[in-house]
Design a protein around this ligand. Structure first.
Ligand code: ZN
Length: 198
């Protein structure tokens, strides 16, 4: 389901929220307004004051996100998603398409935390902790094709943007399509499926 946190006590870091607002382009002031409406920063004298190094409740962000989504539509959500990897913390070291797409789930866990403890990615072991869902990465044997299954509370078009940006980081001609034959979160399903080819 879009916009509903999987668990309580999940927080997102300020840098990710900033990447989201910044990615809105022409709609940026709308984003700032909606963020302050849900208690993420405040607007004073026309400026959005907010702590880039802070942590914010994921559900508040999702509530603001849902309000933005209702206003701007899928085209803008896709564009915001595309801008996320250049503004948010993502692992370096993309060496092939698999590592590019795999990096999304790692970044997702780096940028969220649970119950005030450290982020959900352990850089020593490479393990991720559960609680926020996943961005999948399944390479089809012998083909330049990866299936990425999104099981997380973010919207369908936004994820297509993130996956496209990361795929094109490895190959500028990569194509990402939403598999319409599979369930979609826009229709209340738990997951969306994307096919990455290059
Ligand atoms: Zn979908």
């Amino acid at each position: 389901m879009q916009f509903k946190a999987f668990e309580e006590g999940i927080e997102v870091n300020g840098q990710t929220v900033y990447a989201f607002v910044d990615g809105m382009g022409d709609f940026k002031s709308l984003g700032e307004q909606y963020m302050s409406n849900v208690g993420i920063g405040t607007i004073k004298g026309g400026r959005w004051l907010f702590d880039m190094n802070g942590w914010y409740p994921q559900q508040a962000w999702l509530d603001g996100f849902a309000a933005v989504a209702a206003e701007v539509g899928d085209g803008v959500l896709y564009k915001i998603g595309r801008a996320i990897p250049s503004n948010a913390q993502f692992p370096s070291g993309v060496t092939d398409m698999y590592s590019a797409i795999r990096a999304i789930d790692i970044a997702y866990h780096i940028n969220h935390r649970k119950n005030g403890r450290g982020c959900l990615y352990d850089s020593e072991t490479g393990a991720v902790s559960e609680g926020i869902g996943h961005y999948g990465c399944e390479q089809m044997p012998g083909r330049n094709l990866i299936l990425s299954l999104s099981h997380n509370p973010y919207p369908c078009a936004f994820d297509r943007g993130i996956i496209t940006a990361m795929a094109q980081r490895f190959d500028t001609k990569a194509i990402v399509i939403h598999d319409d034959s599979k369930p979609c979160r826009k229709n209340g399903a738990e997951t969306c499926s994307y096919l990455v080819s290059w």
